[in-house]
Design a protein around this ligand. Structure first.
Ligand code: SF4
Length: 631
């Protein structure tokens, strides 16, 4: 394990940041923190960073009711005191002049300030009226991988448990759908297995279309530190363009766009052809299937899958790979057979521990699910999975894409545990929510893009967006902006700042920034992190969860939302934990989260510890102990 002082000293980014710190008052860089002269009467409060799925621990300095400084949390095992430039700037917007501080209602084409009470009355009455006239499926909510766990949970309970519609989806659909479907189609569950400590154990990092030096710089610094402090650590950058990551890598391999599919299959061909398959692992744990081929075209409305995955055997898989001999794929990929063989030799060497990292390069890909599947194939053929330093690692972009969008499940098909299609899962949700089980519909409705198509078609007549800016982040906004401007749909937007989406809103609700409310996020390594409200929100800015609760109460669902204003985040989290009771998914109690810089689920009650590597009985007490791996 690296020591924190060495880590901070050696991380390449830190020195540049320290120089910048002198130019930006109020920002305390990691290398300065021990001899800071800001320590006087500043009150430092811990929390996770607001800005990405790495989930670095931050300490926010408050003074006279204001957030005045930021530094990395030295006790966070994620970042050990380091932050990237985004993390250091996360409090600047709290005092920004263009914050939304009063609700705005559009009247005769102009926005008029109103009170929060009146704005919430209007939102509730419009939503109720729309349901009465057009049915439950005429209203929708579109939320975010930046929503806190309590915010995502009450949105799900409100739409699915109270109203009884599955018209809830979120922006994590745009970035993580292929990662989730990759997990589901390979493992049957969307449950990552490794943790960031893999970085200190691995000998080789293969970065698949992943510019970590710029997009996940703190984790990249951990990799660089690992390479400095241990012998023969290699970083291989596989990308379609040269980036800062390529420059820092030991080897940069450029491929033609989309050709990563052929590269991954060629690696598998080589693994089999050279006898590098871990047959013991494969025989015990792998069932081979041929996946779906017709996956439609992403921009068509209402596409339905017709074909199904079919079981095959190892020999059929081997035959399928014959088209991917390295010399055959050279022309398609632009990568020499020699380089493909080199990559395969790294994965195939039983003495090397290999981590594959990827994020949006693989996920926001026209064949993103397949690419996720193919990287898993490499790790499964070699048995390099669920062990310290060996594993496929899908990184996330948003701070709670895992914790809220995927784990709480703010998607049309999801519930806080399981999916709406499963009767047992609906029954569990109905029991915890205290609603009739029949109220939760068994069929998903609209995924993110289909939801905005439904707005365009006039099927959705009321939409509420929270913590996201779809008229910037959606594909084809040339269709969805005019759709949201139509009189046929009433648009409510909750946000911290005005955005291109709030431009088309009928009601704009000012939201609290993360340090102005309490909450929890879940990062890419299954780490749930808690923070306390640190400063007051300006004007009438309000936490999103509380706005949802207030609208639900106004619509007559008050008995389902009995939470207190001061402590609703904690009461909601305690209710959410009930969904995950048991060894496999246990979430840590709030009291534990308050004391630590996060806990990786499943939380082990007996020891009070995180489970760092899942599905491996050596590290995961939820496994059947008679097996080596238990997927
Ligand atoms: S790497 Fe991500 S979580 Fe860490 S400081 Fe930067 S933006 Fe924040």
């Amino acid at each position: 394990m690296m020591n924190r002082r060495n880590f901070l000293k050696k991380a390449a980014a830190a020195s540049a940041m320290a120089a910048a710190a002198t130019m930006i008052p109020g920002i305390l860089f990691a290398s300065d923190q021990e001899d800071s002269n800001l320590s006087g009467d500043i009150n430092w409060i811990k929390g996770p960073c607001r800005f990405c799925g790495v989930g670095c621990g931050v300490l926010i300095g408050t003074q006279n009711g204001k957030a005045v400084a930021v530094k990395g949390d030295p006790n966070s095992s994620v970042n050990k005191g380091l932050l990237c430039v985004k993390g250091y700037h996360q409090i600047m917007c709290t005092s920004s002049a263009d914050r939304l501080t009063k609700p705005l209602v559009k009247k005769n084409g102009k926005y008029v300030e109103t009170s929060m009470e009146e704005a919430l009355d209007l939102v509730a009455s419009k939503m109720k009226e729309t349901i009465e006239k057009h049915g439950k499926d005429s209203v929708a909510m579109y939320t975010s991988g930046q929503s806190t766990i309590p915010e995502g949970y009450v949105a799900s309970k409100f739409m699915k448990g109270a109203i009884g519609t599955n018209n809830l989806d979120c922006n994590a659909r745009l970035c993580m759908a292929s990662a989730v479907t990759g997990f589901l189609t390979t493992f049957g569950a969307d449950e990552p297995m490794g943790c960031y400590e893999d970085i200190e154990h691995a000998n080789v990092f293969v970065l698949w279309g992943n510019n970590m030096a710029e997009m996940h710089p703190v984790l990249f610094s951990r990799m660089l530190d690992n390479r400095l402090t241990r012998k023969n650590v290699r970083i291989i950058d596989l990308a379609t363009r040269t980036t800062r990551t390529s420059k820092a890598a030991d080897k940069s391999i450029l491929f033609k766009p989309q050709a990563d599919l052929a590269i991954a299959n060629a690696i598998c061909y080589e693994l089999i052809n050279n006898g590098w398959v871990n047959h013991n692992f494969v025989e015990k744990h792998i069932a081979f299937s041929k996946g779906k081929t017709n996956i439609g075209y992403g921009l068509e409305d209402k596409f339905k899958f017709k074909d199904k995955a079919e079981p095959i055997d190892f020999d059929q898989y081997k035959t399928f790979l014959k088209d991917y001999r390295p010399d055959k794929v050279e022309a398609i990929t632009g990568v020499s057979a020699k380089d493909i063989k080199y990559l395969a030799s790294l994965y195939g060497n039983p003495n090397l521990k290999v981590v594959s990292f990827w994020c949006m390069g693989l996920n926001q890909h026209t064949r993103g699910t397949w690419m996720n599947n193919l990287v898993y194939n490499i790790h499964l053929l070699t048995g390099k999975i669920s062990q310290p330093g060996n594993g496929p690692f899908s990184l996330t972009g948003q701070p709670s894409a895992c914790g809220t969008a995927r784990e709480v499940g703010t998607f049309t098909h999801k519930l806080p545990k399981g999916v709406v299609m499963n009767e047992k899962h609906r029954k569990l949700a109905a029991k915890i929510w205290k609603v009739p089980y029949e109220r939760i519909p068994a069929k998903p409705t609209y995924h993110a893009t289909e939801m905005f198509r439904a707005v365009d078609r006039g099927d959705i007549k009321f939409i509420w967006t929270q913590v996201t800016n779809p008229l910037v982040s959606l594909p084809k906004t040339s269709r969805y902006r005019p759709a949201m401007e139509k009189d046929s749909c009433f648009v409510v937007v909750s946000d911290v700042f005005p955005t291109p989406t709030s431009d088309v809103a009928d009601v704009i609700l000012p939201a609290a920034w993360h340090v102005e409310k309490s909450g929890m996020y879940g990062n890419s390594e299954r780490r749930t992190q808690y923070w306390d409200k640190m400063v007051e929100a300006p004007g009438e800015a309000t936490p999103d969860a509380w706005m949802t609760i207030e609208v639900a109460r106004r619509m007559g669902y008050g008995d389902l939302f009995p939470y207190s204003k001061e402590n609703h985040h904690e009461e909601i989290y305690n209710e959410y934990r009930q969904f995950h009771v048991g060894k496999k998914h246990n979430m840590a109690p709030v009291e534990v989260l308050k004391k630590q810089s996060g806990v990786i689920w499943p939380y082990i009650e007996e020891t009070g510890k995180s489970t760092q590597w899942r599905f491996n009985s050596k590290y995961d007490p939820a496994c059947d102990s008679t097996k080596d791996f238990d997927f």
